[in-house]
Design a protein around this ligand. Structure first.
Ligand code: MSP
Length: 525
């Protein structure tokens, strides 16, 4: 229990540990677009993987609703900020549902459970002497809700948004960030994988080495925010408000048992634009609260459109729901399968370690090459052949297990799990693609359509085993499509455990197979 004069922070018993993963909470100045969708899909894939591996997981996402930017957007629409936020929070929830995002918690910063925590933390930090009153004068970008020095501006504009910044001069509370500089550097030195990938870690270390200045954490000119209890003319700076969602959503100071089971997060997924806030400011706040820091910050790059960052303000955003509809129109598949295909594309071609340019054609092309050609075709040709031969059960390999097949597939499975451990879902997916290529060439070499019965059955046994394994490995990425295929192999979906089932030769001969699947990934017209 942490005690500071007035406030007690309730910390309960830690009788089990969960895999707690978060996304940033999204500004409600825009509907979800491909950039925000990318961050969310990564977190969903990671959390599904860990859940399938038998871990208790908790996946948190939500919306960041306060600040001058949202206040202005609502004023322009002639509605109250709360009305605007309600509309947009629903838009995020609906979009995530259509993309099979399986979150456990959704936090909105306008909720009371969050407001209370922010007010308690602010009071605690003030009483502890970490916050102090002063006057801020300097530049502020309302679009990224961040303060800038004159030297950081580019031709008097925000270095990120290239747009006009406001000059502020107002009474404020400061957070003594500078006091944490040494502690942060020590922490970084002790934890080589706190920020992944390494180039982003080096960036934050050199940012902190250049020196931290105390940061203003309240505003008197922004009414759409959380008031400081002792001085309600101040509202809490949106970034301090927003970061505390990771605590308020999991029972901090209200449900001690839940909180101690979850805290600290194992992985926090963020884009590179919010690295400083998460890797230097947030850890300092946690140190001030005497709370453990997250294990890993997983940082990704940007989706671009013809070279510029995809963003609402850039006017070049793609709506994931429109992309899903377009793919369904071109292929005739159910939107649930199209949503899976978009998830696949995002991880396969998304900006995990490098910026990546998005175009509609690249999305359709990925569908054709990887899903229609490689995966879809493997299933169609295997199931099609079995149908023609009247085989409705997994054939018996007749004791002849191909050890080369086993070695090869086992190698990919191992690399898949390793990639997840190294926080690279993209590499995990690459291993699945390699497995699919291997399986297609296995069919080509063994030619079951013209082989003797014994060899034919042996080959089909191995291919069905490959299809089973690929569908299992694909579950975190494409949950709906993989489930359809696994069910056709008589799998009981409620008992799936990736840890034990992703080993070779687990498919049982004589298991019934439901072969009448319509082509799952038909080629686009
Ligand atoms: N509200 C803050 C986060 C507060 S978390 C305590 C915020 N919101 S955001 O809506 O602007 O962005 C959220 C996430 O979307 C970030 O991880 C950001 O990097 C990601 N993306 C937004 N546009 C993007 C691209 N064009 N490409 C990839 N991801 C990008 O920041």
């Amino acid at each position: 229990m942490v005690h500071s004069g007035v406030i007690y922070f309730i910390i309960g018993n830690r009788d089990r540990v969960m895999f707690y993963i978060t996304t940033p909470i999204y500004y409600v100045n825009a509907r979800p677009h491909l950039g925000t969708t990318y961050t969310t899909v990564i977190a969903d894939v990671m959390s599904r993987y860990h859940r399938l591996m038998g871990e208790d997981t908790f996946f948190l996402t939500g919306t960041d609703e306060h600040g001058i930017n949202i206040q202005r957007v609502a004023e322009n629409k002639n509605i109250t900020p709360q009305q605007h936020c309600d509309e947009l929070a629903s838009a995020f929830q609906e979009t995530w549902k259509k993309l099979h995002i399986q979150y456990d918690g959704f936090i909105r910063t306008s909720e009371n459970r969050h407001i209370e925590v922010v007010q308690q933390v602010f009071d605690y930090l003030f009483k502890k002497g970490v916050l102090y009153k002063g006057v801020y004068n300097g530049w502020y970008c309302p679009r990224c809700e961040s303060y800038y020095n004159l030297e950081e501006l580019e031709e008097d504009n925000c270095p990120i948004h290239k747009s006009k910044v406001d000059y502020l001069e107002e009474e404020t509370y400061f957070f003594s960030w500078s006091n944490y500089q040494e502690k942060l550097l020590e922490y970084y030195a002790d934890r080589p994988h706190f920020v992944v990938p390494e180039n982003r870690y080096r960036e934050i270390i050199s940012f902190v080495e250049r020196g931290l200045k105390d940061i203003s954490v309240s505003r008197t000119s922004v009414s759409w925010g959380i008031p400081v209890v002792s001085t309600p003319e101040h509202t809490v700076y949106v970034w301090l408000d927003a970061l505390l969602n990771y605590l308020s959503a999991v029972g901090f100071n209200s449900d001690g048992n839940l909180f101690s089971t979850l805290w600290p997060p194992k992985v926090q997924v963020i884009g590179k634009d919010i690295l400083r806030q998460h890797a230097a400011f947030w850890p300092a706040v946690l140190m001030a609260l005497e709370l453990p820091l997250p294990d890993h910050l997983m940082v990704h790059e940007f989706f671009l459109v013809t070279g510029s960052k995809m963003s609402k303000s850039g006017g070049n955003v793609f709506d994931p729901l429109v992309l899903i509809d377009e793919l369904s129109k071109l292929t005739g598949v159910d939107p649930k399968i199209s949503a899976d295909a978009l998830r696949y594309f995002l991880i396969k071609d998304g900006p995990e370690k490098n910026d990546s340019d998005f175009s509609f054609d690249s999305f359709i092309n990925r569908f054709k090459v990887d899903l229609a050609n490689d995966w879809g075709n493997l299933i169609n040709r295997t199931f099609g052949l079995m149908l023609r031969l009247g085989l409705t059960r997994v054939p018996n390999p007749d004791g002849l297990y191909d050890s080369e097949f086993k070695t090869e597939v086992q190698k990919y499975i191992k690399l898949y799990h390793q990639s997840f451990a190294q926080l690279s879902p993209k590499e995990a997916l690459n291993q699945i693609s390699i497995t699919l290529k291997f399986l297609n060439s296995y069919i080509d070499t063994h030619r079951p359509w013209s082989a003797e019965v014994k060899e034919r059955d042996n080959c089909l046994y191995h291919i069905l085993e490959g299809i089973r394994i690929v569908s299992l490995l694909m579950l975190p990425f494409m949950p709906v499509s993989s489930e359809i295929i696994l069910r056709s192999l008589s799998y009981h979906m409620d008992t799936i455990d990736l840890k034990t089932e992703t080993s070779v030769y687990k498919i049982i001969p004589d298991t019934p197979i439901f072969l009448n699947l319509p082509p799952i990934f038909p080629r686009p017209k």
